[in-house]
Ligand binder design. Structure first.
Ligand SMILES: Cc1cc2nc3c(=O)[nH]c(=O)nc-3n(C[C@H](O)[C@H](O)[C@H](O)COP(=O)(O)OP(=O)(O)OC[C@H]3O[C@@H](n4cnc5c(N)ncnc54)[C@H](O)[C@@H]3O)c2cc1C
Length: 511
């Protein structure tokens, strides 16, 4: 019997498993697909390695949320290109989103306005972001449910910053209005794109704190691993296996029954016994396979968030190096029109593998990923012909729009493929191909987010549909909180068998 079975080998599941394994518990990860990664996974074609979703690892430097994960499991830092920032291509101007805070402050004043209102707005945003990035790194946990959670939140945020909790009821739109900037087209256009990309929401719906964290995500450090996500997963899985962990791929979980200490996990490849379960798949999938009590407790959340999912379309290009010449930065975010809805190409993200990264592309070539959000409904109920047509149409459109940055892009591509919500549904099993967690709004985030535990002992939830939400950094933070609880629980019900856990471990942090 394993101490813990982890369902789903995406970033949330693998990070939780590695943490627990490194703390002396025996773990097994059960992954439905033929390789780990999920929405932060990869696929290979003709010598190229493409990132299927996430291309950048956020806050993976020492001291960051991801850096803490690597340190706590004893893994060396990931090799790769540390990004100096992105370039934002707005309809009427180009703004460099520098990672360096001084360069960024000068750039935004020059390109987006330097009135007292602008300065006050950014000061407020920077302050909120600074406090809550720090709190995230210290392991703050929401929703607050116990006195321990509250004490920990106060410690993480700091007593002096407690007045900032008033912003828990603000949206980004409220902050813009408070400074008279809601109608500043360029500023709002840029923020809308950054908010959509990081919290899947609009400026008028996105909770201010979450939006502030998303908008400042570059400042916390972004990198693309050498070899992209494939490079990352090779190192991570090797390390996990060296720790003694088991990753079983091609092993979809069908059902979990039993209770703490004696869960039975029925998979396509037989039944596994485990003392505790971490379900690191979207909550809708958890509700289908988990014991009845877990499903029942998830129902209110599922009903609430039924319309809050979104999809993505990605174009994967393997191109000769000349097609991506002429730009200093390898990552770009574009908005085509201020007054049109975002998604479907009106905003998009371009990620190009680094020069010399021959693990991502053969010598003389580069891997390019272009992604945009989309509505899920548009991809449902299509005949095979309609689906193929739509796929070609959006793929062609995304490449044409990306030529604003790289005028010759895709003219002599060796690989040109398009991923859609159907692709995600097929390869990651996400219901309807919804990716990136739910659209974050005041009504479903932070104190109202889906917690990591539902009151069913020994059964935990992780991943981008639970707090703190989408993105690799959120999943890694969530994995830390879940691992703490699992370890604490393991000690409680089997103290003798857990005596070898090193002191100062994650379990102590929770106790
Ligand atoms: C186009 C796109 C671009 C993105 N860009 C970025 C970015 O640049 N930076 C960033 O930080 N984030 C980015 N994200 C978001 C990020 O990829 C996700 O939020 C994150 O990877 C989700 O991880 P997860 O572990 O929660 O879920 P998933 O990645 O969905 O992992 C769940 C895993 O569970 C498996 N599974 C499902 N059902 C079962 C079952 N029954 N049994 C066993 N296994 C099962 C799936 O195959 C999958 O591997 C992007 C997402 C997309 C779609």
């Amino acid at each position: 019997m394993d101490d813990v079975a982890i369902i789903g080998g995406g970033i949330a599941g693998m990070a939780t498993a590695a943490r627990l394994q490194s703390q002396g518990l025996s773990t097994i990860v059960l992954e439905a697909h033929g390789q780990p990664g999920g929405c932060a996974g990869f696929y290979r074609r003709q010598g190229f390695s493409f990132d299927v979703g996430a291309t950048t690892l956020v806050d993976f430097e020492p001291g960051g949320v991801g850096g803490e994960l690597l340190r706590s499991i004893g893994m060396s830092p990931v090799a790769g290109e540390v990004l100096p920032g992105y370039v934002a291509w707005l309809p009427d101007r180009r703004v460099t989103l520098y990672r360096d805070s001084q360069l960024w402050q000068a750039e935004r004043a020059k390109m987006l306005g330097d009135t007292p209102a602008h300065r006050q707005f950014w000061r407020r945003l920077d302050h909120i972001a600074g406090v809550f990035w720090r709190a995230s790194r210290r392991g703050v946990r929401l929703p607050l449910r116990t006195p321990t959670d509250i004490a920990r939140a106060v410690r993480s945020v700091g007593l002096a910053n407690l007045p900032l909790s008033r912003y828990l009821n603000w949206t980004m739109g409220d902050a813009l209005r408070a400074h008279g900037l809601r109608d500043d087209q360029a500023l709002v256009g840029l923020l809308a794109m950054l908010v959509e990309d990081t919290v899947h929401s609009t400026v008028d719906e996105a909770p201010l704190i979450n939006a502030a964290l998303g908008i400042t995500i570059r400042g916390s450090g972004l990198m693309r691993a050498e070899g992209g996500m494939r490079g990352f997963w090779r190192s991570f899985v090797d390390h996990y296996r060296r720790l003694g962990g088991h990753l079983r791929v091609g092993c979809p979980v069908r059902r979990v029954t039993g209770r703490e200490g004696e869960f039975l996990v029925e998979t396509r490849r037989g039944t596994i016994q485990a003392r505790q379960i971490v379900s690191a798949v979207p909550v809708e999938l958890t509700s289908r396979l988990a014991p009845g009590e877990v499903s029942r407790r998830l129902q209110p959340y599922l009903s609430r968030d039924a319309d809050a999912g979104g999809g993505a379309v990605v174009v994967f290009l393997g191109v000769p190096e000349e097609e991506v010449d002429g730009q200093e930065f390898t990552h770009h975010q574009l908005v085509q029109q201020y007054d049109a809805p975002l998604g479907n190409g009106n905003n998009m993200f371009i990620s190009v593998s680094a020069a010399g990264d021959t693990a991502s592309a053969p010598g003389g070539y580069r891997a390019v990923m272009i992604s945009t959000h989309c509505e899920l409904a548009r991809w449902q109920g299509l005949s095979p012909e309609e689906y193929d047509c739509l796929k070609v149409e959006i793929g062609t459109r995304l490449i044409a729009l990306a030529r604003r940055v790289y005028p010759r892009l895709g003219t002599a591509a060796k690989v040109c493929e398009v991923g859609t919500p159907r692709t995600y549904e097929r390869f990651t099993h996400r219901p309807q191909g919804a990716v990136g967690g739910v659209r974050q709004m005041l009504s479903n985030s932070n104190q109202k987010a889906i917690p990591h535990e539902l009151g069913v002992p020994g059964f935990w939830l992780a991943g981008d549909t639970t707090w703190p939400g989408l993105g690799t950094v959120a999943c890694v933070l969530g994995s830390r909180l879940v691992a703490e609880r699992v370890l604490h629980r393991a000690r409680r019900w089997s103290p003798a068998s857990r005596q070898e856990l090193p002191s100062g471990s994650l379990g102590d942090a929770y106790a």
